[in-house]
Design a binder for this molecule. Sequence first.
Ligand code: BTN
Length: 322
Amino acid sequence: MPVVEKVLEILEDNRGRSVSGNKIAQSLGVTRSAIWKAVTRLREDGYSVSAVTNRGYRLNDDNDMINEPAINAFLKTESLGRSIDIFKTIDSTNDFAKSRAHLGAEHGALIVADHQTAGKGRMGKRFHSPGRSGIYMSVIVRPKFSVEYAMAITSCTAVAVAEAIENVTGLSCGVKWVNDIYCNGKKLCGILTEASIGVEQGGLDYVVIGIGLNVSNAVFPRDLENIATSLRLETGKKFSRAQLIAEILNCLEKRLEEIPTHGYIDEYRRRSIFIGHDIIIRKNNAATKAKCLDIDNLGKLLVKYEDGTEAAISSGTVELAD
Ligand code: BTN
């Protein structure tokens, strides 16, 4: 591990407290000037590190940089997030994760970025991904279950993300079928899962689960300001992105195990903002009104159209009619 990363680990473990440069140098077996260089490099990378005479260096509390030690401090998983790649800027963490998965990246590998230049949403849409504001993360999973459960991974992730948000912030969120987390009528988080089917085994080779969560955004571009929100706008508070990432993985690992038994689905139903409401289903340039009756065990939306016919919907865009 490079000295700069080791220094960061020590400062992160002592966040908010000063650690003497001498002590750090001794424990790493390097000179004090090497520690000074590492601190300079961390500052260039955007970390706020104070140097106090006779006391040493301190990683200030207001830092919300995403780094491995900070994630590991909250991570309780066995496999998710045990390999982590963090980028300052990337086009799309999902695209990078797919290329890594093709090359054989292991189950649970995590790719995170502070900023995305081409963040992707469902249906070819862009996902607004400014730096220092949100979480843009992709997890590679290699499921043992069959292709019919692919859709369940998105709904299961929605449950896990909603739970993680609640655990860390106390904010209660709903799920807008199939992949959005909502709070007070606005979108807080989107999920994009992309799967690759193994031709030989006929099952899922890998699935990339992409999660975009608005954390500290104070403003949104004009086209999003009435439909998007952030944890900061909803609570007036700041939260650690690293802690949220770790808690999302903690919740996701548990919930993914429940897919074959549909164990997560009751919680998905409970959080659904559609069940019992009139909705509009948009598909192939047509908009159809229906009532949402329920969600089945595979995450399909069970609806009743105005002509009385019923259907199970697995694709399209749906919104509340009222
Ligand atoms: C949606 O809102 O339709 C889904 C948004 C998914 C955004 C996340 S951000 C991390 C990952 N990388 C991407 O390019 N997209 C997903």
